[in-house]
Design a binder for this molecule. Structure first.
Ligand code: PMP
Length: 338
């Protein structure tokens, strides 16, 4: 009897939330592939239980703290985050009996603020300050952890973060693409995803080209291309871009960088949503725009892999809000302008 194409092998029972993190689909992006003559494949990280790529890092950081004997049920974890890591830590924390105190710049999307409150995080919003300012959310979270004798997740410098991607995201991409990968593009917040996937892929095939996708207003493009971290411009994307090199990015193999303006990223966000039904956020748009640029550079017949970091629902009040887009001088897509 022939198998119906609709019959699939469902994954086994997941014993808990942690077991449901990862193993996300690698989705072929039809329009990006057609436009370039390449296969553009995207890791659907928005399908993780907490809705983002950061679930993997959150789980790995908590497991590492447990292994070190720093964290026991009833314990508290503190973290500074643009939101997604806080959501991952809180959900995994709920499942394992930990309290979370989440420090976040107040400029992040209302949807992430609402989600963190909904899931029970002790949320502390702080004014957005540069890293050199002691009031920066990362420093506030470190001090709070010290004062309360809690575990500081420290996603920027805690290498359990990139290990999560070296041991899961990277190998998954390798197996799902049958090792046929010419390039990987990825933006950097902590650098965990980029560094971990880069280490995993380069270990298997050093010829795979690793390209940092950077928004305007980040110093990393200059750091990769000329060793200069100086910054120009700004971006409405959240969770990516850096004025410094986080510990998780240090020593990661990176071959090149591209800088993507918001308008180019948003074109991909809207295109993916309305033509392929993929609802993604701004960092995913940066990643896909970078994949298209790299594919055009390589020429037809190549395979470029990238990451869909989180969902568009997390940014309804910004990326999908005509008033917000207009205030930033960005085009409003036709179905939102009625
Ligand atoms: N995209 C979004 C939406 C994020 O929240 C983050 C993490 N802050 C990233 C991308 C970057 O991931 P990483 O920290 O692994 O560099």
């Amino acid at each position: 009897m022939g198998q119906s194409p609709h019959i699939t092998v469902a994954p086994p029972i997941a014993d808990d939330l942690a077991a449901a993190i990862g193993n996300t689909p690698l989705i072929r992006l039809r329009r990006a592939s057609e436009a370039t003559g390449c296969a553009i494949l995207a890791k659907a990280e928005f399908m993780n239980p907490g809705g983002s790529v950061k679930d993997r890092a959150a789980l790995a950081i908590l497991r590492d703290a447990e292994r070190r004997g720093l964290l026991k049920p009833g314990g508290t974890v503190v973290e500074g985050t643009a939101g997604n890591t806080g959501i991952g830590l809180t959900l995994v924390g709920n499942a394992r009996g930990y309290r979370t105190i989440i420090v976040m710049p107040e400029t992040q999307s209302q949807e992430k603020i609402d989600t963190l409150r909904m899931i029970g995080a002790d949320l502390r919003l702080v004014p957005a300050k540069p890293f050199r300012d002691p009031g920066n959310y990362v420093h506030v979270s470190r001090r709070l952890a010290e004062e309360t004798d809690a575990v500081w997740a420290n996603q920027f410098d805690n290498l359990a973060n990139r290990e999560a991607h070296r041991l899961t995201t990277g190998p998954e991409i390798w197996h799902q693409s049958h090792g046929r990968i010419d390039a990987f593009t990825c933006a950097c917040g902590t650098g965990g995803t980029l560094a971990g996937v880069s280490l995993a892929l380069k270990h298997r095939d050093p010829a795979i080209r690793i390209v940092l996708a950077d928004p305007e207003g980040s110093g990393l493009y200059g750091w990769v291309t000329s060793g200069d971290l100086s910054i120009t411009g700004s971006s409405i994307t959240e969770g990516i871009g850096q004025s410094r090199v986080p510990g998780n990015l240090e020593g990661a193999p990176i071959d090149d960088a591209v800088r993507i303006p918001d308008a180019e990223a948003l074109e991909q966000v809207f295109d993916l949503l309305i033509h392929e039904g993929l609802s993604v956020g701004g960092s995913s748009g940066i990643n896909v725009a970078a994949a298209i640029r790299v594919a055009k550079d390589l020429g037809p017949g190549h395979t470029v892999v990238t990451v869909l970091c989180d969902s568009g629902n997390r940014y309804q009040s910004k990326l999908f809000n005509p008033a917000f887009l207009q205030s930033k001088g960005l085009p409003v897509p036709p179905w939102l302008s009625a």
